[in-house]
Design a protein around this ligand. Structure first.
Ligand code: ATP
Length: 636
């Protein structure tokens, strides 16, 4: 086994001192802290903010200044907020919501930007269409893009206002896409001195976590902001090039960093035991040869690779045996307990099939425009079940009258003052509630024969909750006077009529409603990140005691990653070889980085399950590359 050096836990303390020196309001300085997994970058961020609050918090609060902290995903923003604590002095947000917050009132300028940009996009589309082969999927996609861009330009012929939802899908003419919001912000920062002034006055410091994944164009604009306002504004980049997994990030970020920036160094991995650090080092070696050291009080730790053919009939059964084996090997019974491990799949549907919500997931996944909202759980049609119905059923099953009433008071039109005043049972205004709850329970929602449709119809019939636009076509009853009086339409303000009424969307919702309602519980748990499953990409920045990484190309549908190629169980294509030779960003390198991210989440022990079409080749490569020694590899 490849050894790692061990050092004292205070090995890297100097890095925090350097950052604190940079965060001095009278002499702000930018810095670049790029370091490997578990080296305590987020911890350095927290400690920098704590020290800043103690030294300069009062004067910043008095003058209304703040330090902006931005990151890539909501999960990462929540993780930082949990560690740093919430403080208006340090607003923490995703990069998308940060950008939107700063451009959302500039409707006229956004329109001008679109009117300048869309014709260029349209010309490019026409050019590609003229050159491309007709009749292919790409040609049809381009045709659709040409039609929608042309329509959007027509729509922009009069003054308009724009909307954007940083956490979901954005449909409709007036809504901006995620990439448009980033591009518009970058353009405004670069071209509008007023925007620059607002930013640097409000935030003399901007700290970007996971900056390896921050959009290239936007980072370039921030670099320009820092260079133009040197001495008044400081930017701090935290990140790790080896953990870049989104295509949006800047592949050559490091080369943009000016010489006058501070570059604190952190080499000590505080998170993982020695064996896992050694695996991370060897996975990383071909990329940048940065190797980490371990704490001298760290454990050796456990790593195992389990290999099985990709046609293994009962994969969840195999993974259960892997967990039992890990429990024995590590003398750690928590490996047997699903809730105390984190299993990572490459794609959501792989988690869906293991957790038992595949039918509902697949049904909605048919319409690509619903895909982000499905994955984040933000679609109003889903939130009706996850946030309204499911908590009500749980409270009713627990016979917790207080919880039932508290939930309905916050969410149900039946308990709005106007509904009570108009009640047909004035002597017993709560009677409709009792009937509604009894009717829901009588459906036996725990059974797999109860569909979402039957639950939806029951909710509609009893006017329990407002029905989101997407689901209204499936509800037969007419609105009563009471319900009509109460409709506030908060859901439809978020949805787009055109999409809701599109045949694909109706078809997806129809198929969803025919699936079992009881899948909503594991789905809700999954999207809220509370469950035992996560995705390889979604766990960036997080850490777990025991990690089970599931590698299974045969079950994955994307083409961006290939574990089979990384583990040499499948031959490389010419393009793959060219990328490796030129050290450019190809699928094999991307997969290597993703594997580095997943393996380095583990604080105690790590199991990899590799499903492969060629177990012998995979095993041989794992040994040849010194990723594992033979005692660490087990085959089905
Ligand atoms: N100086 C330290 N002393 C003790 N524990 C530390 C120290 N620095 C970091 N840790 C712990 O090590 C773990 C990893 O730290 P952190 O999450 O900040 O690393 P990171 O560099 O942001 O990781 P990644 O890039 O992998 O997301 C955390 O549990 C953190 O509390």
């Amino acid at each position: 086994m490849v050894e790692v050096e061990t050092v004292s836990p205070d090995f890297d303390n100097d890095a925090d001192d350097q950052i604190q020196t940079c965060l001095n309001p009278s002499a702000p300085k930018s810095f670049f802290l790029y370091a490997g997994a578990g080296s305590g970058k987020t911890r350095s961020l927290k400690s920098a903010l704590d020290t800043f609050r103690a030294n300069y918090g009062a004067s910043f609060r008095r003058t209304g200044k703040k330090i902006a902290v931005v990151t890539y995903t909501n999960a990462a923003a929540d993780e930082i907020a949990a560690r740093v604590g919430s403080d208006p002095l340090f607003p923490i947000s995703t990069i998308h919501s940060f950008c939107w917050k700063h451009i959302e009132t500039y409707h006229h300028d956004i329109q001008t930007w679109l009117l300048k940009t869309l014709p260029v996009d349209l010309a490019e589309l026409h050019e590609k269409q003229a050159k491309g082969r007709p009749g292919t999927k790409a040609a049809m996609d381009r045709e659709r893009a040409i039609t929608s861009t042309t329509r959007r330009l027509e729509w922009l012929s009069v003054a308009r206002r724009f909307t954007y939802n940083p956490n979901g899908d954005n449909f409709g003419q007036d809504s901006l896409s995620h990439s448009e919001v980033l591009k518009i912000t970058a353009s405004f920062i670069e071209t509008k001195p007023s925007m620059q002034a607002v930013l640097i006055n409000q935030y003399p410091f901007l700290l970007i976590d996971e900056s390896q994944d921050t959009n290239k164009g936007l980072l370039t604009a921030f670099f320009m902001l820092a260079a133009t306002h040197k001495g008044k504004f400081g930017m701090g980049l935290f990140g790790d090039t080896m953990q870049r997994i989104y295509l949006d990030g800047h592949p050559e970020l490091e080369s943009l960093v000016p010489d006058n920036w501070a570059r604190p160094v952190k080499r000590l991995n505080h998170r993982s035991p020695q064996r896992i650090i050694a695996l991370g080092n060897i996975l990383r070696a071909p990329i940048d040869r940065q190797s980490q050291v371990a704490r001298d009080d760290s454990e050796i730790g456990f790593v195992r690779l389990f290999i099985a053919p990709n046609n293994t009939p009962d994969k969840p059964g195999f993974e259960k045996r892997v967990r039992e084996r890990m429990a024995n090997l590590c003398s750690d019974p928590d490996w047997n307990n699903e809730v105390t491990i984190k299993a990572l799949t490459l794609e959501h549907h792989m988690a869906a099939s293991r957790r038992g919500f595949l039918d509902m997931f697949r049904a909605l996944d048919r319409d690509s425009r619903l895909s982000t909202g499905l994955r984040t759980g933000d679609l109003p049609g889903l939130r009706l079940f996850t946030e309204r119905v499911a908590p009500l059923i749980a409270a009713a099953r627990a016979e917790d009258k207080f919880a039932i009433m508290a939930h309905l008071r916050a969410t149900s039109p039946l308990l709005k003052r106007a509904a009570i005043a108009l009640s047909s049972t004035p002597g017993d205004p709560l009677q409709p509630i009792r009937f509604a709850v009894d009717a829901l329970l009588a459906l036996h929602p725990e059974q797999s024969t109860t569909t979402f449709l039957s639950v939806l119809q029951c909710v509609a019939e009893h006017h329990l909750f407002e029905i989101p636009t997407a689901l209204r076509p499936f509800v037969v009853n007419e609105r009563t006077t009471v319900e009509s009086a109460l409709i506030t339409d908060d859901a439809s303000s978020y949805e787009d009529e055109a999409v809701e009424k599109s045949p694909e969307s109706l078809e997806a919702w129809r198929a969803f409603l025919e699936t079992p309602y009881n899948q909503i519980i594991p789905f809700a748990e999954y999207v809220s990140d509370r469950g035992p499953f996560g995705t390889h990409q979604g766990v960036k920045g997080l850490e777990f005691e025991r990690v089970l990484v599931i590698l299974d190309d045969s079950d994955a549908r994307g083409f961006l990653f290939s574990y089979e190629k990384l583990f040499e169980a499948k031959p490389l294509s010419d393009t793959d070889r060219k990328h490796l030779e030129d050290a450019t960003d190809g699928g094999v390198t991307r997969t290597r980085r993703l594997l580095y991210v997943t393996c380095t989440r583990a604080k105690k022990s790590l199991a990899l399950v590799a499903y492969t079409e060629n177990p012998d080749a995979l095993l041989a490569a794992a040994l040849r590359n010194q990723w594992f020694v033979s005692e660490e590899i087990e085959r089905l």
